[in-house]
Design a protein around this ligand. Structure first.
Ligand code: TRP
Length: 335
């Protein structure tokens, strides 16, 4: 199939820290898989989004570079997929401004993520935090995206991007593809190993609850051995056993086994057998990626060449969309 007949998938990643096992199993691994399924994929690191919360400059630079290297190590193929850094493509900020003027204060006020984040960062409720969904809509609409794979927390933002696209298309004429959210088939939702009622998160106060994709094997084993379970002792899939359920989800995502198969595999065995088995599955998935990562991250000039070329590719698509939108709005063309 030619590229221009393929359906386009877009996603972006926050790069304010090292990716977690949750980011990897819940998103990254599935997104990379889309390359093999006949989609044209456009992926980026959302550094413009990152500054809605204050970032330490040297750290933001380092995390961005490392996140870029990690996705390549995890199998993102630049022959098939466009992968860039958001701030390298100025059209994102440009279209975001335009879309700000087609989005209502009331709509943005209803975004649950804004409500959550403004509570968490009460000392820095900046305008960017509020208009963030317009930037995200720009990210999506710039590339005439068909599908956006999202978790539950981002679905509302994709719905808003659809509303903005329909509104703009209706006010003028078809300009933006109206995107659809999709929930990836194999998308595991990974919870904290210490508090399995909460999503695994690097900002989790308890570091033992979170596996970083760069954790070494001993650390991974230790964290799994300490994972919170229950006193019943059996490997059984049940909402009443959130700790065990989470470990089973992780094990299933990595081995492809069903919950019934896992229950049978550990029938008559306890958590002392199950936890190290889960840890081993995680280690054998991450270890080869970590080895490739160490190679790639050393080669700054290679990385630079990759993100530069890909910013150009992205910009070529994005520029056309911005020009189209500007023309419809009525800006005086420069030429
Ligand atoms: N807001 C997303 C997050 O917090 C990241 C993101 C930015 C994104 N732009 C996007 C996701 C466009 C999908 C499409 O995870």
């Amino acid at each position: 199939m030619e590229n221009n007949e393929k359906k386009r998938i877009l996603s972006m990643y926050q790069c304010t820290g090292t990716f977690t096992l949750g980011n990897y199993l819940g998103a990254i691994r599935n997104h990379i898989h889309f390359q093999e399924e006949g989609y044209q994929c456009v992926y980026a690191l959302a550094d413009l989004h990152a500054i809605t919360v204050r970032q330490e400059p040297a750290q933001l630079r380092r995390y961005t570079m490392e996140a870029y290297a990690f996705l390549l190590a995890a199998g993102l193929d630049l022959e098939k997929t466009i992968f860039f850094v958001q701030s390298h493509v100025p059209e994102h900020a440009q279209l975001a401004w335009l879309l700000n003027c087609y989005t209502q204060f009331g709509e943005l006020s209803r975004m649950t993520q804004f409500k959550d984040k403004s509570q968490k960062h009460a000392d820095n409720i900046n305008a960017g935090l509020f208009t963030y969904p317009c930037l995200m809509a720009a990210d999506i609409l710039l590339y005439q995206t068909d599908y956006v794979p999202v978790g539950a927390d981002q679905k509302q933002h994709v719905e808003l991007a659809r509303d903005i696209a329909e509104r703009f298309n209706g006010a003028y004429s078809p300009t933006f593809t109206v995107p659809e959210p999709i929930i990836p088939r194999r998308g595991a939702r990974v919870m904290s190993l210490q508090d399995p009622t909460r999503k695994m998160s690097k900002s989790d106060g308890n570091n033992n609850g979170c596996i970083s994709v760069l954790d070494d094997p001993d650390t991974i084993m230790r964290k799994f051995k300490r994972a919170v379970t229950d006193s019943e002792g059996g490997v059984r899939y049940s909402d009443e056993k959130p700790g065990v359920k989470n470990l089973m989800e992780i094990y299933s995502a990595l081995t492809g086994r069903t919950m019934e198969e896992i229950e049978r595999e550990f029938d008559g065995k306890g958590y002392g057998d199950f936890k190290p088995a889960v840890a081993e599955a995680v280690i054998s998935e991450l270890q080869p990626i970590q080895e490739r990562f160490q190679e790639i991250v050393k080669d700054k000039s290679y990385l630079q060449q990759c993100y530069r070329q890909n910013a150009e590719k992205a910009s070529a698509i994005a520029r056309r969309t911005v020009q189209k939108a500007m023309k419809k709005i009525g800006f005086l063309p420069i030429s």
